[in-house]
Ligand binder design. Sequence first.
Ligand SMILES: Cc1cc2nc3c(=O)[nH]c(=O)nc-3n(C[C@H](O)[C@H](O)[C@H](O)COP(=O)(O)O)c2cc1C
Length: 231
Amino acid sequence: MRKETLGSKDILGSNEVSENNKDLENHPAPKKCDILKAADANQSVLKFMSHRRSALVRSMSEPGPNAEQLELILRLAARTPDHRKLYPWRFIIFEGKARAKFGEHLAKYFQQDCPNMPAERIEHERTRFLRAPLVVGVVSSPKDCPRGTPIWEQELSAGAVCMNMLHAARAAGFAAQWLSEWYAFDRRIDDVMDIGENERMAGFIYIGTATENPTERPRPNVPNLTQYWTN
Ligand SMILES: Cc1cc2nc3c(=O)[nH]c(=O)nc-3n(C[C@H](O)[C@H](O)[C@H](O)COP(=O)(O)O)c2cc1C
């Protein structure tokens, strides 16, 4: 069932319905050796980042990104620093019927582990991926680097891809949330997704249309987390 999309004035003071933002202009990828700006003051990006919040998956609805929008979101997510250009990550897309099919595996293994759970709880597992129109699994896929790039660095790069994807999805007019839940850490589910022995899930990015605006959550006192090294 399609829920209503957002239409109310949000904290950024915009009356634009997020749907409007989905009329994406062409964002061509720069070509190799194109000169790009080292710094580019951009008040809208600063504002965007100061107010960015994840949306809760329970407040997501159809539609999700179309093929062109998804291509852009993935391409922007992949514009992430990675030491020695190893591209130590990859994406698995869950959309349409694949989401329900994947849910069958979640329900099966959940029931195997917790046989006494009520039927509704099993159903919750079965329908997990149906909570959003699109789920992108981000796989951390570290490479065996002859020059010794640490696995840790490669895993950090996968995390950065997830963060970039949240930004790209939101900037494209969609709500997004980064979840791991139990199935990101289950070898049987890894097998269902063909995750290699050396790989692990960095997370699942749920993407859809927001049905409500999130409220601000507590943020850290950054000065308390910051020190100047002096000696
Ligand atoms: C790696 C990672 C895994 C997460 N997994 C979960 C999860 O399984 N369940 C959950 O409720 N939130 C999870 N979260 C948190 C949500 O993404 C949460 O909505 C988010 O941290 C809210 O912060 P934001 O508004 O600044 O984006 C996870 C966050 C990260 C970074």
